[in-house]
Unconditional design. Sequence first.
Length: 289
Amino acid sequence: MLLSMTGFGEARNSQDAGLSVAAEVRAVNNRHLKITAKINDPYGRLEPELEQLAREYARRGTVQVSVRVERPRKAEDYRLNTVALASYRDQLAALGGPVDMTALLSLPGIVEEKRAETPDVAAEWPAIAAVATQALKDFEAARAREGAAMAAELLALARSIRELLARIADRAPHLVQSYQKRLTERVQALVQEHGVAIEAKDLIREVAILADRSDVAEELVRLRAHLEQYEEILSAAESGGRKLEFVVQEMGREINTIGSKSNDVEISRLVVEVKGILERIRELVQNVE
């Protein structure tokens, strides 16, 4: 199953254990694995644990894990400063104006917030890890969906290459016949123009040399073998981006050899089409884990 290196996942809890936890995971492609984990203070010491958690879900790519932990405030976390409130009230009353208690509550120093206690980071890690894990699973599911779409396209491109290779294989035998005809015509022209005599065995030898140089049967066999390996990787249980990169590179070498050996306009055109498809495959494979 192919996995895309790009993806997004998110999760949040319902203030489990008095904590509000929100996690996001984002990734873009990279030849290697680079993980960045960020969590707000005072939970920064948990970043290595988050990074280790992310390594269970990614093998390649630049992955960013962001977690925000908040402790919802409770009613007992706030208290009225009655001394300050009475002072404000008395001063307003002395001025002879009406005293609006609602307005007084918004004045500085009236409502005091209890200092937050230092959290037990180790005790709260399981709740944080649960949310981060859910975000990573969401991230993995998104990558699997995109990977399935890429696999379908990669298979379609492989079928296109097979069709082009079949046309090259059909065309290749005609190269020798065509060369023999052109060579015979040139020889006849030389004989007529200069009276030069050409031995039949020399003509046959030249044709045989070209046949050997332009034979692309081995390259076609290897290319088809590479295509079979390519399709096996696409259907494997484990995503194989690196393997695909190598196989596509080998296919490129074989088609380049076919292009260089075949002095034929039609085969050259087919080779160019195969190269174009391989370039599209390379672009897709760069995003496969």
